[in-house]
Design a protein around this ligand. Structure first.
Ligand code: MN3
Length: 205
């Protein structure tokens, strides 16, 4: 849905991901942080009606072509809206152990094993200094790659197609895990929605 952007409803209750992600964190993350990205994105675009037909993924894929007065605002807040819209759907309960077979084969081919995906993404997430994300994406050669991005930058800005993302901003875990990012990362693997990751893969392949 293009401008004006609105907050998508979560596909589950705020407490659905307990005990791995606590309800208070989910509620603040969704209603305050994600909402703020949307509000700031709409504000930036308000005086640029020529951009109102574009989806957020289209806006952030070509930051260099945006009007200079809003490029940074769209990069940060458009990225925030895009990344979080995916992130909520990438999580669920009861979907963390079963990777659809076709995706599993692709993972084995390109990364070696699911365990490698988990350890390499976790390492990328842990090594991200300050705020950012770790990602599993398809590259232009249709190979799975693991990367990380700072702030709210998205793999789409680098020509990649993200299918799984891990938010390691402190707002994603600080209430429950404080400074223990590694503990949050380890817990997060219990709530990955591999069915959705596969759906996303199907939609971008
Ligand atoms: Mn976040």
């Amino acid at each position: 849905m293009p401008y004006p952007f609105t907050l998508p409803a979560l596909p589950y209750a705020y407490d659905a991901l307990e005990p791995y992600i606590d309800a208070r964190t989910m509620e603040i993350h969704h209603t305050k942080h994600h909402q703020a990205y949307i509000d700031n994105l709409n504000k930036a675009l308000a005086h640029h009606p020529e951009l109102h037909h574009l989806e957020v993924a289209e806006l952030i894929a070509h930051i260099d072509k945006l009007p200079a007065d809003i490029a940074t605002a769209v990069r940060n807040n458009g990225g925030g809206h895009y990344n979080h819209s995916l992130f909520w759907q990438m999580m669920a309960t009861g979907k963390a152990t079963q990777v659809p077979q076709e995706l599993s084969m692709l993972i084995n081919r390109d990364v070696g094993s699911l365990q490698n995906v988990q350890s390499q993404m976790s390492a990328a997430a842990l090594a991200r200094f300050g705020s950012g994300w770790a990602w599993l994406s398809l590259n232009p050669e249709d190979r799975l790659v693991i990367t990380s991005t700072p702030n709210q930058d998205s793999p789409v800005q680098e020509g990649l197609r993200p299918i799984l993302g891990l938010d390691v901003w402190e707002h994603a875990y600080y209430l429950k895990y404080q400074n223990k990012r590694a503990d949050y990362i380890q817990a997060w693997w219990h709530v990955v929605n591999w069915d959705y990751v596969y759906q996303l893969y199907e939609s971008v392949r």
